[in-house]
Design a protein around this ligand. Structure first.
Ligand SMILES: NC(=O)c1ccc[n+]([C@@H]2O[C@H](COP(=O)([O-])OP(=O)(O)OC[C@H]3O[C@@H](n4cnc5c(N)ncnc54)[C@H](OP(=O)(O)O)[C@@H]3O)[C@@H](O)[C@H]2O)c1
Length: 300
């Protein structure tokens, strides 16, 4: 199967690259904006196409002969109107996939619903809707994940830094919202199992491990790190102050931190049973185990 992986220089794409390259059923092609960013391991045999989703001619070339295409792209770090960029990028990608007769698009977006979604999550939902808007001609498997626990994940970096640096945290009230984090290894397992899934209809697949509040998530990670931490939610922190609070204590870019905080204010929980139904062999590892693995690989 000819498989194209976009976002191959990003966090999720970077983790998925090696898993796909080791799959004997996959003939892998990578799409990146800058080849110089790639440090290739077993995937060094993959064909690399250098260009952007805003270049329609390039996209058609990169998708020529492709059966399955992974869409792991967002414009959150771009200056200006990221929603418009995300919209154009997804529409170009879908149009090129239709022209090149790609059979399946696999996309990873965020958990949550439109009513309470942040700007970033709304844009992720819109991207999923655009990609899956032609079920008559192309199937889309749309995964949705909440916070991803892994070394190098922006959300995990925030959690780790807050716990390490603050014995007592006065936090925004949103720490009582529910969430369902998932380890990066499990995210990669779901994505890597999707290219040859035996299904023909469009699917939305929500993935996550245990349901807990953000407060529990911080406290349970603190226990793994063998640190005693006190968390005191206060009602007065606005989203802007919350983001400032995060950036003071973590090494995350302000725009990214702001989007993440906006996202944390609403519930991000699994809302369908499709992971168990279609990927019954994958059982997500417990949250504490994912934290341990992330801390270990960060040390390495
Ligand atoms: N990370 C998480 O915690 C998390 C959680 C839930 C869902 N997700 C979803 O997973 C997907 C991937 O996220 P990520 O965390 O891997 O993001 P990331 O690390 O920021 O990577 C984004 C990738 O998109 C590429 N890109 C951006 N604009 C592009 C364009 N116009 N043309 C070609 N490539 C472009 C970037 O290339 P450059 O390297 O050239 O910038 C980069 O490789 C997103 O849909 C996100 O919503 C992520």
């Amino acid at each position: 199967m000819n498989v194209l992986l976009t976002g191959a220089s990003g966090y999720i794409g970077g983790e998925l690259r090696a898993a796909l390259a080791e799959d004997p059923g996959v003939n892998l092609r990578l799409l990146v904006r800058d080849k110089g960013k790639l440090r290739l391991g077993p995937e060094s045999r993959a064909e690399v196409y250098e260009g952007s989703t805003f270049d329609e001619v390039f996209l058609r070339r990169a998708l020529s002969g492709v059966d399955v295409a992974y869409y792991l792209i967002h414009s959150m770090a771009a200056k200006g109107d990221f929603e418009e960029l995300d919209r154009r990028s997804a529409a170009n990608f879908l149009a090129a996939c239709l022209d090149e007769k790609v059979r399946r698009i696999i996309y990873l977006g965020g958990l949550g619903c439109k009513e309470t979604a942040s700007r970033h999550l709304l844009s992720r939902i819109e991207t999923g809707e655009i990609l899956s808007s032609r079920p008559d001609r192309i199937q889309t498997i749309w995964f949705r994940a909440g916070i991803i626990i892994g070394a190098g994940s922006a959300s995990f970096e925030i959690i780790r830094n807050l716990i390490r640096k603050l014995p007592v945290m006065t936090t925004p009230r949103w720490v009582r919202s529910f969430t369902q984090p998932i380890g990066i290894g499990d995210v990669v397992r779901y994505l890597a199992a999707a290219w040859d899934l035996d299904a023909t209809e469009n699917l939305v697949v929500d993935i996550g491990s245990e349901k807990m509040t953000f407060q529990e998530m911080l406290q349970r990670a603190a226990r793994v790190m063998r640190l005693r931490r006190w968390i005191i939610p206060v009602p007065v922190l606005s989203p802007r102050v919350s983001s400032l609070w995060l950036i003071l204590f973590s090494p995350i870019d302000f725009r990214v931190a702001r989007s993440l905080v906006d996202g944390l204010r609403s519930e991000t929980i699994v809302m369908n049973d499709n992971a168990r139904k279609y990927f019954s062999r994958i059982v997500p590892i417990p949250y504490e185990t994912a934290v341990k693995i992330a801390l270990k690989s960060e040390k390495r």
